[in-house]
Design a protein around this ligand. Structure first.
Ligand SMILES: [Mg+2]
Length: 242
């Protein structure tokens, strides 16, 4: 890191040009819902979802998460009903989302704060459009200039595609933007895209990295915290990792 306002790519500005938000586990406390759904999916295929197995699915695109279970259950490719299983899983998660989706601590306040600073926000999620639309009824679709869903890119997180798409939408270099993520998969995608990332871990620890700054929660963060996360500075708060 060189000086304040100049990040690794040499983009000279006071703060991020846009902020890209992961949804599950970052804005919404929806990972417990995915816990239930993926556990039920595993049982449906004759296995028990272990914590290690669940961690492999965390933050993954739907088909990638299903692959983890298929592999663990030793279900051969010709024996997989991928479309039928995807439909079952989407319906199941949709029912659970409908019951209620709690915010993560400080998430709505953080969105409001950035909106008052006129910083464009993009939702960047591995969750498919159909379920994202259900979740947006809680979050508020009008908070975002765009939403990028897992079924709208050729490769979901941990590939960089969702974040590259978001950067293209706002017309900015990924290095000029800040990603906010909670999972190893999501942080890997942001790093691969070259986005500085504010990591607020939820269900699994995230490895440190040059583009990553850690906070234990979104609660109480100010604009300076988002700017510091983007520039890579650690002033203001200790760089806490889980
Ligand atoms: Mg997440």
């Amino acid at each position: 890191m060189n000086q304040a306002g100049v990040n690794q790519a040499g983009v000279n500005q006071a703060g991020p040009a846009a902020v890209f938000w992961d949804m599950d586990g970052t804005l919404l406390d929806s990972e417990p819902i995915w816990d239930i759904a993926m556990s039920d999916f595993a049982v449906r295929h004759g296995i028990v979802m272990s914590p290690a197995l669940r961690e492999q699915t965390l933050g993954s695109a739907l088909l990638d998460a299903m692959d983890v279970v298929y592999h663990a259950a030793e279900i051969a490719l010709p024996d997989r009903d991928v479309s039928g299983d995807a439909r079952w899983l989407l319906d199941h998660v949709g029912e659970l989302f409908d019951v209620g989706l709690p915010w993560r601590p400080g998430a709505p306040e953080a969105l409001d704060l950035l909106a008052t600073a006129s910083i464009p926000l993009v939702l960047v999620t591995n969750t498919v459009r159909e379920l994202t639309e259900v979740a947006l009824q809680t979050i508020g679709a009008d908070r975002f200039v765009a939403t990028v869903c897992g079924d709208e890119v050729s490769a979901g997180k941990p590939a960089p595609d969702p974040y590259l798409r978001a950067a293209a939408i706002v017309g900015q270099h990924p290095a000029a933007c800040l990603a906010v993520e909670d999972s190893p998969t999501g942080a890997a995608a942001a790093t691969a895209a070259g986005c500085p990332t504010l990591v607020v871990p939820s269900a699994a620890p995230v490895a440190p990295g040059a583009l990553r700054r850690f906070r234990p929660t979104l609660a109480g963060l100010g604009l300076a915290d988002f700017a510091d996360a983007w520039t890579g500075q650690t002033t203001g708060h200790p760089d806490v990792q889980r």
